[in-house]
Design a protein around this ligand. Structure first.
Ligand code: PRP
Length: 183
């Protein structure tokens, strides 16, 4: 059997699974303190945020419900196309709810900006954004996320939900993809 390894394509590990778990635990504690009495509506932005979302929800000790939305703007590339495509909308009515939007990464900021604007038209009590990774970009006008796990440099990262051309999401850590894999 010829196994095609995903790990072989990783240039280096940026955040190990242990570091991620520890940071997710802290974020879960902070969000429980802030929203523990508010029965938040946790909203996962598929597909990249899937692992972060489930881990974060397990680290929050409060009543909550969960919903899933699917948005896409990269379409197999390493740069945003600039257009956010809503693939699947929410199922739960968010009117009067404290909505916590959970993302894996904020890069150009277009996805979160688009989603927050959309949700604000639906009369929620509040909209809070959380992203595991916050890419440091030199654009002061970019959308600012409320909570983040790690600030990261401008490198193309994969793993723990993040993909390149839909591969590598299953890596248990955040890594940088070898250039030859996308050139
Ligand atoms: C990725 C990621 C975020 C978004 C962030 O989604 O999961 O949703 O891009 O980038 P931005 O800040 O430049 O908008 P993608 O479009 O690759 O879809 P996916 O989650 O299904 O991989």
């Amino acid at each position: 059997m010829l196994i095609r390894s995903a790990k072989e394509d990783v240039k280096y590990v940026m955040h190990s699974r242990e570091e991620i778990a520890a940071r997710v635990r802290e974020l879960g504690r902070e969000l429980t303190e802030k929203f523990g009495d508010k029965k938040p509506l946790m909203l996962c932005v598929l597909r990249g945020a899937a692992f972060f979302f489930t881990d974060l929800c397990k680290e929050m000790d409060c009543l909550m419900d969960m919903d899933f939305i699917s948005a896409s703007s990269y379409f197999k590339g390493t740069k945003s196309t600039g257009t956010v495509h809503l693939v699947k909308d929410t199922d739960i009515n968010m009117e009067g709810r404290h909505v916590i939007v959970v993302e894996d990464i904020i890069d150009s900021g277009l996805t979160l900006e688009y989603l927050v604007k959309l949700f604000q038209t639906r009369n929620p009590a509040s909209v809070t954004t959380v992203s595991l990774l916050d890419k440091v970009v030199d654009k002061p006008e970019r959308f600012q996320v409320d909570y983040y796990g790690f600030k990261i440099p401008d490198e193309f990262v994969i793993g723990y939900g993040l993909d390149y051309a839909d591969y590598y999401r299953n890596l248990p850590y955040i890594g940088v993809l070898k250039e030859e894999c996308y050139q």
